[in-house]
Design a protein around this ligand. Structure first.
Ligand code: URA
Length: 265
């Protein structure tokens, strides 16, 4: 159990553990389907090879289909409320199946400052709101230190459903959710964007450099006619794990405060 806890696994998907290294025994159902049951108890390497070979085509196609569906749905929305409804109705991201809630945003729509994090965690999934757990509380404290709160900030995430066990988002999940966060940015029309963490930064700002290199420097979020100053920052969850880097985060907050002051917002 300690091993699982330390690895970040905090819930089981099924009621019973499944040992996937063992070839499945023939079941009454398998007997009723001779084509499948007839396959010899596959040796482990053969089973692995077939598992790896099969999904490649369909998985890429379905990611493309999901992206297309998300793009069409997002473009059809003209208000934040419509977009929220479209995200909740979207079935193209596999994370939805294991999530309790769709988590979209908190704060003030049309606020001048928009924060884009990575994905909901356990508390966010339970409450249906972004950044309400421990890292969200730290984020709120950091924002408060420069005079920001929900009344002048809008907070969202790159993904709208929790990755199980808080694992990293997959590229398929990012591709499926990206059209929605891009449309949300268009509708919120922030004057300044903060991307917390490497996934939000890499996806929205197109940088391939590590977050520790790009943090604290002004970038531009560019899509079509939109160009918004954007600052990559260390993710608050990282600051909780590495309190020694809070000094850098504070420097970035001061830089953000200066930009907001410069813009008079
Ligand atoms: N981490 C994030 O990136 N977003 C949340 O909403 C919570 C934790």
């Amino acid at each position: 159990m300690l091993f699982y806890a330390e690895a970040g696994v905090d819930e089981a998907i099924g009621d019973q553990p499944v040992d996937r290294t063992v070839a499945p025994k023939a079941t009454p159902l398998a007997k009723a389907q001779p084509a499948q049951a007839a396959a010899p108890a596959a040796t482990a390497p053969a089973a692995l090879a077939s598992r790896q070979a099969q999904p490649v085509g369909p998985a890429i196609l379905s990611a493309q289909a999901a992206e297309t569906a998300a793009t069409t749905a997002a473009r059809a929305c003209n208000t934040i409320a419509e977009l929220e409804a479209a995200i909740k109705a979207f079935d193209g991201c596999a994370l939805k199946a294991t999530a309790t809630n769709t988590v979209i945003a908190r704060g003030t729509p049309n606020a001048p400052l928009m924060i884009v994090g990575e994905a909901p965690g356990r508390d966010e999934d339970a409450q249906g709101l972004p950044f309400v757990g421990e890292s969200g509380q730290l984020l709120d404290k950091m924002l408060k230190a420069i005079g920001r709160d929900e009344s002048n900030t809008y907070i969202s995430n790159l993904l709208f459903w929790r990755p199980p066990g808080n694992r990293d988002p997959s590229s398929e999940e990012i591709v499926a959710c990206r059209p929605f966060i891009e449309r949300l940015i268009e509708l919120v029309q922030p004057k300044v964007i903060v991307c917390t963490g490497k996934f939000s930064t890499g996806t929205l700002l197109g940088t391939t450099q590590g977050i520790t290199r790009v943090r604290g420097r002004w970038h531009e979020y560019k899509r079509g006619d939109i160009a918004v100053p954007a600052m990559p920052m260390l993710h608050p969850a990282y600051l909780l794990r590495q309190p020694g880097v809070k000094r850098e985060a504070w420097r970035d907050m001061l830089e953000l405060a200066a930009k907001l002051g410069e813009l008079g917002i």
